[in-house]
Design a protein around this ligand. Structure first.
Ligand SMILES: [Zn+2]
Length: 257
């Protein structure tokens, strides 16, 4: 099983990289075929193994990860002192390998369906219909995500919702006329700080800003008259100067944005 986990972990599969996901799906299909003795039905980056009869038990896994290509260089597969490491080994390539071997051990696989999706980490936009169809009529579904602390079995998970916030500013050349711009990036930073406080620990809710972006080039970093050079120089000291001025800048921006 460790060899199989290694095979999957060393096949990097970030959710946003379609080519990588197809390569990963190929590897998962080949490994599953080897372990289970039968090939999957292929729906692009999603794989389904059915073993006869209507589905009574759905086993659900995913082979995409949150780790970008190149993570293996800094986070290689390794097993040290009984601890396995590597991109996606926890979430959830180990679970996927366990699913393959557990199903392979069953004396009778009738009624079992194994669905391995490739877009779970981004909310399953392309596999949702497959999941719903596979789960229809099933008596049980096992999602082989990693266990909780102490090896605890997860019996439920929080619901989730995604939100997008777009801030509108006004671009201007950061060197020639920064005073004519309104820096949406600074305003976004203020909004993110506010959003991060919306979770309520007492209620068990969390709100976590994740993907952030602002700006197009270093020369379009407006509204900081004293930081022209700062925007153009990637030196850490200069960055601190500009950060210290962000509050005043953003207040101006809020009026205009
Ligand atoms: Zn997962």
């Amino acid at each position: 099983m460790l060899d199989h986990i290694r095979t999957l972990v060393e096949t990097e599969s970030p959710s946003a990289d379609e080519a990588a996901l197809y390569r990963s799906a190929d590897v998962v299909a080949a490994l599953g075929t080897q372990v289970l003795g039968t090939p999957p039905q292929r729906d692009g980056i999603h794989l389904t193994w059915r073993f006869g009869g209507p589905t009574r038990v759905l086993v659900l896994c995913h082979h995409d990860t949150v780790w970008p290509i190149g993570s293996l260089r800094t986070h290689p597969f390794e097993v040290v002192d009984g601890i396995l490491r590597g991109p996606g080994c926890f979430d959830m390539k180990t679970g996927l390998v366990m699913a393959l071997h557990a199903i392979a051990e069953l004396p009778d696989r009738t009624g079992v369906t194994l669905l391995v999706t490739g877009d779970e980490e981004i909310g399953s936009p392309g596999s949702r219909a497959l999941i719903e169809a596979a789960a229809t009529g099933a008596k049980a579904a096992f999602v082989l995500e990693a266990s909780g602390p102490g090896g605890a079995l997860k019996t439920e998970r929080k619901g989730s919702a995604g939100y997008s916030l777009r801030v509108h500013g006004k671009a201007a050349h950061s060197g020639l006329e920064p005073e004519r711009g309104h820096n949406a990036g600074v305003e976004l930073a203020h909004q993110v700080l506010a959003i991060a406080t919306l979770g309520d620990a007492a209620l068990g809710t969390t709100v976590t800003p994740t993907v952030l972006s602002a700006g197009t080039t270093r020369t379009r970093c407006p509204r900081w008259p004293r930081s022209r050079s700062t925007c153009r120089r990637p030196r850490r000291a200069n960055c601190r100067v500009s950060n210290s001025r962000s509050g005043r800048s953003s207040r101006s921006i809020q009026r205009y944005a």
